[in-house]
Design a protein around this ligand. Structure first.
Ligand code: SAH
Length: 380
């Protein structure tokens, strides 16, 4: 195998976790190996969850030794791992360079959903989201996005073995609804989504991988052409005035353009599909009967489901959650008009795992510790 070198003549090790099947094929053929090694290694990584090249027993010892020289299986370090009373489990992972991201597993009777992050922090500055307070640090690499699924799969399996669970905890669905705006990290997110749906890796069907976006329009159109991942759109308001104040990217891509792009997305799908519209319920802001009626009008002609999200409060947010009777009335109004609407159950509240709480106390705590510890250099 040819060992790639950088300018200092040191071997550059490539993290295989973020490579699609096609990337792995290129990696192996460029190294003078047969292309079929790609699917073999991909299965070891993502199905058998191997963390070590030595575990890959159907690969020659020679090749395993070479792989150790030129490649890594590198996942972030787990710095927090807690399970809520309702079974929701949250991990905080520390990336190279010290940034932290969060991943949440939500078990339900018929499925297990993993909520993953696509960026460190977020640049969108939505006024009701606590991640916005953190600002934007950087994009995750494809390997860092997939490593969340890989790591969660390993740790769930480990827990099952330790507790001798009869029903194993499985990740049947993945949602890109953690930290960050996936469409502002398009290339890496597309790679990650491809790996999630790849038969030699996680093999999830397109209905089981959902990308949630506030509507970064040129990228949304591109996504419709290049992928058929399920789409969730963070709508949250029915007029530009209100949406401008909640989701500032609306000033750049207003509602009319967003809805037109959603229609194109559906038209591009090969199989019959729908878009989930997320709508956070904010007391006195977007929860009136007239808002519900306008929402029905706005979604006319789009195969849609509406997911009403009770607002998860955080200190000094300036918003309150709509009272439950108001949320129920809003839902009934939508249903009466023929829309499918659900109210999202809040999960993992006791461990700050609910939507918009994903920065949470770990980051605050580490900031406080740093203050009394020693200064960090190279950070503002
Ligand atoms: N940037 C993507 C994904 C991130 S958040 C997007 O905008 O879709 C996933 C969902 O949680 C979004 O619909 C987001 O608007 C919502 N959310 C954020 N903060 C919230 C809060 N405090 N309470 C309820 N939902 C919130």
């Amino acid at each position: 195998m040819n060992v790639p070198v950088n300018l200092l003549d040191k071997p550059v090790k490539q993290n295989l976790l973020g490579m699609t099947l096609q990337d792995l094929e290129v990696f192996f053929t460029e190294s003078g190996e047969k292309a079929f090694r790609a699917s073999q290694v991909m299965k070891w990584l993502h199905q058998l969850l191997a963390a070590d090249f030595d575990d890959m027993t159907n690969i020659s010892k020679n090749l395993r030794e070479t792989l150790k020289q030129i490649a890594t299986i590198d996942a972030p370090e787990i710095v927090f791992d807690q399970t809520s009373k309702d079974g929701t489990r949250k991990w905080v992972m520390q990336l190279e360079g010290g940034n932290k991201i969060e991943t949440v597993y939500i078990p339900e009777s018929t499925r297990g959903t993993l909520c993953i992050s696509s960026q460190v922090g977020c640049a969108l500055d939505c006024s009701f989201c606590s991640t916005a307070r953190q600002g934007f640090s950087r994009n995750l690499t494809a390997a860092e996005i997939i490593a969340q699924v890989w790591m969660a799969s390993r740790l769930l399996k480990q827990t099952d073995q330790e507790n001798q669970n009869k029903d194993e905890q499985r990740i049947t669905n993945v949602v890109l609804m953690g930290m960050g705006e996936p469409l502002l990290n398009y290339d890496n997110v597309l790679k990650a989504v491809t790996i999630l749906m790849e038969d030699n890796a996680y093999g999830l069907s397109k209905r089981r991988v959902t990308l949630s976006t506030s509507g970064v329009l040129p990228k949304l159109d591109l996504l419709g052409e290049q992928s058929d991942v399920a789409l969730a759109v963070s709508l949250h308001a029915v007029t530009d005035e209100v949406r401008d104040s909640l989701v500032p990217i609306n000033k750049k891509y207003p509602l009319k353009e967003l809805m037109a792009s959603c229609r194109r997305y559906i038209q591009n799908q090969k199989a019959k599909s729908h878009i989930t519209f997320e709508y956070v319920m904010l007391n006195g802001v977007n929860d009136s009967r007239s808002d519900a009626l306008k929402l029905v009008k706005l979604l006319k002609g789009i195969p849609a489901k509406v997911n009403l999200i009770p607002f998860n409060p955080f200190p000094d947010s300036g918003y309150d959650c709509s009272p439950m009777p108001v949320i129920k009335e809003f839902k009934d109004q939508l249903m009466k008009s023929g829309l499918v609407a659900t109210i999202r159950k809040t999960r993992g509240e006791d461990i700050d795992a609910a939507c918009g709480q994903l920065v949470g106390k770990v980051e605050d705590k580490s900031r406080r510790e740093r203050k009394f510890d020693q200064p960090r250099y190279g950070m503002n």
